[in-house]
Design a binder for this molecule. Sequence first.
Ligand code: KIV
Length: 278
Amino acid sequence: MGKKRTVKDIRLMKGGRQKITVLTAYDAPMAALLDQSGVDILMVGDSLGMVVLGLDSTVPVTMEQMLHHAAAVSRGRKSALVIADMPFGSYLVDLRETVNNGVRFLKEAGCDAVKLEGGETVCAEVCALVRAGVPVMGHLGVTPQTAGQLGGFKIQGKGLEAGRKMLADARALEEAGAFALVLECIPGSLAEVISRGVGIPTIGIGAGPHCDGQVLVTNDMFGLFEEFTPSFAKKYLNLAPRMKDAVSLFQEEVQSSMFPAPEHTFTTDEDYSSLLES
Ligand code: KIV
């Protein structure tokens, strides 16, 4: 187990030889497993809505749901930095409420930082959170909470004008005090320019190899979804069919009384059959 990561450690990894590794987590046992494997950051993404809660999008995810899962992840980690997504509607509506919500992630859920989506439009929020002592990670490119306004989950930043705007957004977030930035689903060459153009670490997802770090949704990398895996996500394991095979075997063994075997059964010298004799 390494020493506990801090926001400062992550900032110092900018442009370094060792890239920053980020995986999503939604519960304590998975957080512990990823933490023991040495992942730098555990991201309690609002992808929780789709990955765990069976929702169609991230929009309905609530503060209470995020706090509940973020607290579990914090309990499971020892070394990694824990960052939680501020859910849709928990920021931008009212600045005081934004700060109160951000503070709750640190005080109630034991997180180290929060992430919120958007560029120049969220800079006042980023500034206020940072001033209140809540470290903030930005998120540009495909921003799932407002994917409808972007025309769905499609590549962003195509064309010089869109690229220039995204670079300006990235610089504005840095200026506002964000300590790092997720770049989701943008051309690799634009991610490279943004990574060179800001002084804070960039974390890519579908943004090519030139970011300072990479994030994946853990369920995608483990192959837990059979229906859909984004083209940019690499499946490091294909667990879904193996889990189904294990369930079939369990059913077979229960139905044929092969399970539980003697080694799964508690024994005693007592003869309980006398209990039926009266
Ligand atoms: O919600 C999420 O899981 C995310 C990461 C993929 C960056 O925002």
